[in-house]
Design a protein around this ligand. Structure first.
Ligand SMILES: [Zn+2]
Ligand SMILES: [Zn+2]
Ligand SMILES: [Zn+2]
Ligand SMILES: [Zn+2]
Length: 287
């Protein structure tokens, strides 16, 4: 997967932009010259998406499918499936689902026609070997970073977690460093997103685990009662208050203009924070 694109090429600005005839594009570890761009008939999937978009004029529809005819210029040359001969010319079909995909883009080399070629394999840079090297380097750097986390420290920022700081502990096997210590994070801004990411993998590793931080957001209004139970109004159909979702809009029941139908007392009301899960929290106390 190319995340930053081939060297020396630039992505076309708009998703609806098609590569200009005559220019060189990057595709499948090779450089190709665009010889023609033609409209394609809608396939079944294109048609479904076209219907869903309200049947726009196919001639001007931004996500209309098209075909790009190309001629091989350099780099890895695919072989024909039928006779095994190297392919000189081909065409790339672009369908609506590709255009809809956030990963979809054309990488186009400058009009000069110059493109950087790997001296080892002849592929456009960065070539596969180069990308693999970078990937391994990044993995090793990450492993070294994790090995340097001291016990009792945060797996996000590597700083100690003090008793007064909000934090979260993920019991069980260390998913990042096999055999490593128990994983904990600060829940503060800089570390919380790493905790969220870790939690998703931690939940996936054992479906019997309960969420700690990664509750889906519900746009409804949460009303919390004196006994800690909660109700959601106007939110997701499957929302069961604190048990299933987080709410930006939350209120203690007695604060409603009409008071609480259950007559909960103001004294001893737990407030609107999600109840602590005692089994899961740290000595410092995650919320
Ligand atoms: Zn190479
Ligand atoms: Zn931290
Ligand atoms: Zn109440
Ligand atoms: Zn809700």
């Amino acid at each position: 997967v190319i995340t930053h694109g081939p060297l020396g090429a630039a992505p076309l600005v708009g998703v609806r932009d098609r590569p200009p005839v005559g220019r060189l594009v990057f595709y499948a570890d090779a450089v190709w010259a665009v010889t023609a761009v033609e409209a394609l008939d809608l396939d079944d999937d294109d048609r479904d998406r076209w219907l869903a978009e309200g049947m726009p004029d196919p001639g001007t529809w931004w996500a209309a499918p098209y075909r790009v005819d190309v001629k091989h210029i350099g780099g890895r040359r695919p072989h024909d499936d039928d006779d095994g001969e190297p392919v000189d010319e081909g065409s790339i079909s672009v369908h609506t689902r590709h255009i809809h995909s956030p990963d979809f883009r054309w990488w186009v080399y400058p009009e000069s026609g110059r493109w950087p070629r790997c001296s080892c394999c002849g592929d456009p840079m960065p070539c596969r070997a180069d990308r693999e090297d970078r990937y391994v380097d990044a993995q090793l750097a990450e492993l070294r970073r994790l090995e340097s986390v001291m016990p009792g420290c945060c797996w996000g920022c590597r700083e100690p977690i003090t008793r007064r700081q909000h934090s979260v502990v993920y019991p069980g096997d260390n998913l990042d460093l096999p055999g490593g210590p128990e994983v904990a994070f600060h829940t503060r801004r800089g570390c919380g997103w790493r905790a969220d990411q870790y939690e998703l993998r931690w939940l996936a590793a054992d479906p019997s685990r309960d969420r700690i931080l990664t509750w889906p957001k519900c746009a409804g209004r949460l009303v919390v009662h004196g006994d800690g139970t909660s109700e959601c109004f106007g939110g997701d159909v499957d929302c069961r208050g604190h048990e299933t979702h987080d709410h930006a809009d939350a209120t203690a029941c007695y604060e409603q203009t009409h008071g609480c139908p259950k007559d909960c007392a103001r004294d001893g009301h737990p407030g609107t924070w999600r109840p602590r899960r005692r089994r899961r929290t740290t000595p410092g106390g995650a919320r």
